[in-house]
Structure formats: C-alpha cells, structure tokens
Write a protein that binds this ligand. Structure first.
Ligand code: NAD
Length: 474
C-alpha cells in the first residue's frame, strides 16, 4: 500500500534528539511527524544505550557495595544472579520509557510513522514500512538519525563477538571477557560484567583509558579496576581474532601487548560512526562528509536552509543531552524563534566505578593551547562524606581563569561524579567565579561540598585542608 502525506515538520529518527525536536515543534503549534525504523521510540539511548546500561550499572554498584561491606563488618552471602530476571527488569525499565514516549507523542498529536525513511527530493521523504510506503512532503525536516557502532575490519561473524547492543543482552556471564576499546562504552560494560563475575581484560590503542580526559581524573578509575580486572593493556592493538572450539582467540601487538589468548566473549567498543550516509541526503542536496557527518550552523541548519540536523550525526560529542538541546533549537528556529545552540559547556560522564565527569576546558586542552589557567584540586580523602561512603578515591578539580577568577572547566572522579558535574556546568553557564561557588552554602555532609571546597582553595578560604593548600589570600 502506498500513501502520500503533507506535513509542516518531519523528524527523521526518534532518539533523544529526534523526539525532543518533534515534541517541541508540536508544542509550538507545528504539525509534526516522527519517522522511526525501530519498533519502539527512543533510539539507541533508551533502547540499547544509556538507559539499559544504567539499569545494569546500578545492579553492578549494589553488588560492589555488598562485597565491600565486609570491610565494614557486614557480610552477605555470595550473590545468586538470575540473569533472566535481571534482563527482564532492565527490559521493563526500557519498555516503561519507550511506552511513555509513545504516550507523549499521542498527547501532542505527533504522528509516528514506522519504517525506514530516505530523502527522495529536497521536500520529500519516502518511508518503507511493514505496511507499505508512505511519501511525506514537508516544509521543514530535522535529521536526527544518530550513529552506529564501528566494527573492526576482518572480525569473524560469531555471537560471542559483540557490540554494545549484544553486551547489554547479557546472554551469559563469560568467564573471560575481552573488551576492545577503553572508552566510555567499553569501561561501562566492563563494570557490569566484572560485577557479575567475569574476569575482564581491556585492550586500548592509546596510552590511557578514556583518551582525551585528563589523566588525573582517569587515575582513580584505572587504579581501582586494575586491582579488580584480569588485565588492562594500553598502547596495544588487536591484530587477529579467530573463532575456535575453545572460544575467541585474540592476538595483540604493542608496547604492552600480551601473548595471544582465548576469551569466552569479546566486546568491541572502538567508537561510533554517524549514520548520515544512508538516508538519501544527496537527493535532498544535503552535504554529508566522508565520515557520515552533516555540517550545521548555530541554528542547526544544514546547507539546505529548510533542512536541519541534530545529535550524533552533526558531530562530537555524541551525547544524548547535546542532542536534546540541539533538537529544541531546531524546532524553535523552524517556529520562527530567535534560538541558537550556544552552550558554554557540554558535560561528559563515564558511569564507571568510580564515575568520571568533566565539562568545559580540560587541563590537557588548556596546556595544549597555552590558555592561561589555574588548577585547584580537592582530594576526596578530605571529604567527610566520601569517607563515610568508604570511597575516598575521588578528586574534584576546577580550572580557573587567573584574571577573572571565573570557572573555565571542572573535572570530578568519584562515586556520583556524574551528578556533581551539573553544578559546575551551571556555574560556567552563569559566568560564576570561584567566590560565587565558595560563598554558596552547600549541604553538609555531601559530596557536593567537594565542588565548594575546590572553589575555596582557589579563593584562599579553605579550612578543611592544611594552610599550605590555599592558593590565594581571601
Ligand atoms: P570512544 O571513542 O569513547 O572509545 C573508543 C575507544 O576505543 C577509544 O579509547 C579508542 O582509542 C579505542 N580504540 C579504537 N580503536 C581501537 C582498536 N583497534 N583497539 C583498541 N582500542 C581501540 O567510543 P565508545 O566507547 O565506543 O563510545 C561511542 C560514543 O558513545 C562516544 O562518543 C561516547 O561519548 C558515547 N557514549 C557516551 C556514554 C555516556 O555518556 N556515558 C556512554 C556510552 C557511549
């Protein structure tokens, strides 16, 4: 069956960026359609990314807490893990959210068209779905097609060689798991499988985990997992992967390369690539670069002025919270508002144990660009709350402008770092200086105080550290 429709705004892809754009456009009075090829709304984030991984990471945190409680005089029996029940719980969280999205779309009269959409001209998208073909003529389009995992060339096809989607299925708990890629996905899934009982090995091409993140922020994470995992090999590349009757045999090369070894499962987490190359963009005249990225201006417009693009497909960082903000901008610009994407800082968080979070100018980037800056570090060993949690393995640091004393960047490593970074992002958006934070009364005893203590170091007013750690006189 084929049908033809006309609409003011069509959004291609229903991940966090796409559904936010569609809902905002509808709320601004524009007739809006949302195209999605998967059976549920929500894209990678809700279905096979942020949400299911966090559900599993919470379970991992509970397991780790129970294990560590022995050092505080509380002993639990070894956990019994019912993988089917764990998977069902994770799936139920996903179903609640994706079902909720369908309800939010109905409440706004955003029509959802199920199928794979491709541009056929600058004002037309054709959607191939189970029930036939729909041709949609639009005034404005928003491309929100996201990204896909990058594979490694020459990998054999085998269910034991997984990407993040496969890993989230927790088909079993492999005795030995190899994670290729020490970035955020690899480290988050390693956290889950380690807690469930796998012996984890990580192999990373670069000379540190989470390349690009400041080394002092990565160190507490590295130290903790190095003590728990079977091995971490930096500056190492995988040279061969072979499926045998024993498992997956992997060979390595590099400064710290181990001998070839056999693993029960392998997770490949070496990055994601944008999906811009597979949507017929050329038929709409939209420029897509060789990597699959679509360039946009500050209003999220592509080179074709009535076609917008948002989220992973427009560039790094590939993060849901960047996409949602871009989605709102695109919808508002289409509705005639004077909107632009003008964020001072976009936070990044690795939900590992400990978590690592950073936003704004990093120390590494400041040094590389010779940007005048001052760094203050508050060690969590001096935080009452961190000690009560049994987790003094944290650090909160601020990068400060030496002239204006404004906050240029923030990095936090420690439990709940992802929640703590929000204050620093607000500070940067508001142009706050160190005194603004130091003079804000933070609740005691909380980890949020570590942000205030770091600001107090910079303001010269810290009393929770020896006097030598004060940077300036108040
Ligand atoms: P990534 O780019 O963060 O990390 C990939 C890692 O693999 C890098 O450290 C890279 O050096 C390494 N690598 C590349 N090729 C390799 C090889 N041949 N052998 C060994 N190591 C190799 O990518 P990712 O972890 O796959 O995540 C993809 C995207 O998803 C990122 O943009 C990330 O920001 C996003 N994401 C974010 C979150 C979050 O916000 N918590 C969670 C998951 C994913």
């Amino acid at each position: 069956m084929s049908t033809a429709r006309r609409v003011a705004v069509v959004v291609l892809g229903s991940g966090p960026g796409g559904y936010t754009a569609a809902f905002r456009a509808a709320d601004l009075g524009l007739e809006t359609m949302l195209i999605e090829r998967d059976t549920t709304l929500g894209g990678v984030c809700l279905n096979v990314g942020c949400i299911p991984s966090k559900a599993l990471l919470h379970t991992a945190a509970v397991l780790a807490e129970a294990e560590e409680a022995t050092t505080r005089g509380v002993r639990f029996a070894a956990p019994e893990i019912d993988l089917d029940a764990l998977r069902a719980w994770k799936d139920s969280v996903v179903a609640k959210l994706t079902g909720g999205l369908a309800g939010l779309a109905r409440a706004r009269k955003v029509e959802v068209v199920k199928g794979t959409g491709r541009f056929t001209s600058p004002n037309e998208i054709t959607v191939e779905g189970d029930t036939g073909t729909t041709t949609i003529t639009f005034d404005h389009a928003i491309i929100a097609v996201g990204s896909s995992p990058i594979g490694l060339p020459g990998l054999p096809e085998d269910p034991r060689i997984m990407d993040s989607t496969g890993a989230l299925e927790i088909a079993d708990v492999p005795e030995r798991l190899l994670v290729i890629g020490g970035g955020i996905i690899g480290l988050e899934m390693a956290t889950v499988y380690d807690a469930l009982g796998s012996r984890v090995t990580i192999v990373e091409l670069m000379d540190q985990l989470i390349p690009g993140c400041d080394r002092d922020l990565v160190k507490p994470l590295h130290d903790r997992i190095a003590a728990r995992y079977e091995a971490i090999h930096l500056s190492t590349r995988v040279t061969g992967v072979e499926v045998t009757s024993e498992g997956v045999r992997v060979s390595f090369e590099g400064d710290d390369a181990p001998d070839a070894a056999t693993f029960d499962r392998v997770l490949v987490a070496v990055g994601r690539r944008p999906n811009g190359g597979s949507i017929g963009a050329e038929l709409a005249g939209v420029a897509v670069d060789d990597h699959g990225f679509i360039a946009v201006d500050g209003q999220m417009r592509t080179n074709v002025s009535h076609i917008f693009a948002i989220g992973d497909v427009v560039g790094q960082p590939m993060l849901a919270h960047k996409a949602t903000h871009e989605g709102k901008v695109a919808a508002e610009v289409i509705a005639g508002h004077a909107a632009a994407f003008d964020a001072v800082a976009i936070p990044s968080v690795a939900y590992t144990d400990p978590e690592v979070a950073w936003a704004g100018l990093s120390e590494t980037a400041a040094l590389a660009a010779e940007t005048p800056h001052e760094v203050v570090r508050f060690p969590w060993a001096a935080s009452g709350r961190a000690l009560t949690l049994g987790r003094p393995d944290g650090l909160t640091k601020l990068i400060v402008d030496p002239e204006t004393r404004r906050i240029l960047g923030c990095g936090v490593v420690g439990v709940h770092a992802g929640d703590l970074i929000a204050e620093a992002v607000l500070a940067m958006e508001m142009g706050a200086d160190v005194e603004d934070i130091a003079l804000t009364i933070h609740p005691h005893p909380t980890l949020s105080e570590t942000v205030a203590f770091a600001a107090e170091i910079a303001a010269g007013t810290i009393t929770d550290l020896p006097p030598s750690r004060r940077r300036a006189q108040a």
